[in-house]
Design a protein around this ligand. Sequence first.
Ligand SMILES: Cc1cc2nc3c(=O)[nH]c(=O)nc-3n(C[C@H](O)[C@H](O)[C@H](O)COP(=O)(O)OP(=O)(O)OC[C@H]3O[C@@H](n4cnc5c(N)ncnc54)[C@H](O)[C@@H]3O)c2cc1C
Length: 393
Amino acid sequence: MTEKYDVIIVGAGAAGMMSAIEAGKRGRRVLLIDHAKKIGEKIRISGGGRCNFTNINTHPCKFISNNPKFVISALKQYTQNDFIELIKKHDIRFHEKKLGQLFCDESAQQIIDMLLLECEAANVILKVDTLITDIDKQGDKYFAVIDSNKYFCDSLIIATGGLSIPKIGATKFGYDIAQKFNLNIVETLPALVPLTFSEKILAICKELTGLSVEAVVSFKKILFQEGMLFTHRGLSGPSILQISSHWKLGKDIKINLSPKLPIIKFLTDKKNSNPKQDINIIISEILPKRLAVIICNENNVSGNICELSNKILVKLSNSINAWSINPTGTEGYRTAEVTLGGIDTNEISSKTMMSKKHAGLFFIGEVVDVTGHLGGYNFQWAWSSGYVAGRYA
Ligand SMILES: Cc1cc2nc3c(=O)[nH]c(=O)nc-3n(C[C@H](O)[C@H](O)[C@H](O)COP(=O)(O)OP(=O)(O)OC[C@H]3O[C@@H](n4cnc5c(N)ncnc54)[C@H](O)[C@@H]3O)c2cc1C
């Protein structure tokens, strides 16, 4: 048996649904296929169940790619404001949490329901729980093989996402298709992911599990100032997740645990003004007590501040303002929010998201070598790239 469609989209996540809606609105006969029983699972679990669906500060500088200019066209063709309009049209209430991050007031499920309604209105045919065993090209048509049946189309859109959280349906399908069509792939790595450490630092993290501090975390010249969380596996929290997308294995990251205060000046002033004050109590004035105790122990300091040499005070302040540590790795795809790397943007038109080598073959969303910072940028990339492909497929 064979069936014919104008557009077949593989992957009914954020990008796939968006492209299906746009292609459907243009009157294209669209088949949207997903192997999962429940679609939009990443949307459902995102933003702690409230989906940080976009960021009002969306700008190309918030995306990592071998070609940083690649995102410009899609982000212009479908902006954060366009998505906000769609949300408003469906009466979904939302709020800004911080730093321009927009979340649903109620539930991420509202976004999935909205996309499904839009798909229905655009006459998109949705096939879930469906295994594609092959994808190929015959003449100028692409086809997907499902249960030995061939589903032909003029335009094939690959929207199978990245590798993170395999337990909810992530696969390497998109990369395999790219390889089959001889497209280059930029090395993939887990990103927006907690960092892990060897014994000594891990012991500190374990002791401080659950403690969150505002910190500046940097790698080379890239820095992020947000919360940092100690966990029983290492370090997490927004600033760590952000730096994980830039950090390179074997290199150190630097952490400023007291970004607002140059500690050496503070300690020198204290030594002059209150020489008999205990160093543990002084450090507890600027850091949570548990952390202050550990820092003093690690630096072997105790007693009155007047008993500590200036050299020791410099060492102590460096361990607070410039704590340099060497992650041994990341928690990997099991907990990573996104995948760094993917289909090389040199292979794709930034205007249409279509392969430059294979007319009619499109790649969108996270499977492409575009990774947003934390804060709603990854969904905005899914909406923008999905919209663009839907306009041209
Ligand atoms: C825990 C978590 C929280 C997140 N929170 C946010 C957030 O708040 N804000 C934000 O901007 N980003 C967030 N992200 C990132 C965001 O979810 C992704 O960047 C986004 O979903 C990517 O969209 P996509 O459509 O490219 O891929 P996905 O949404 O991953 O969709 C891919 C689809 O393809 C399907 N698929 C995979 N393989 C096959 C196959 N072989 N055959 C058929 N179908 C297949 C999958 O089942 C899935 O439905 C979060 C990610 C995680 C893991």
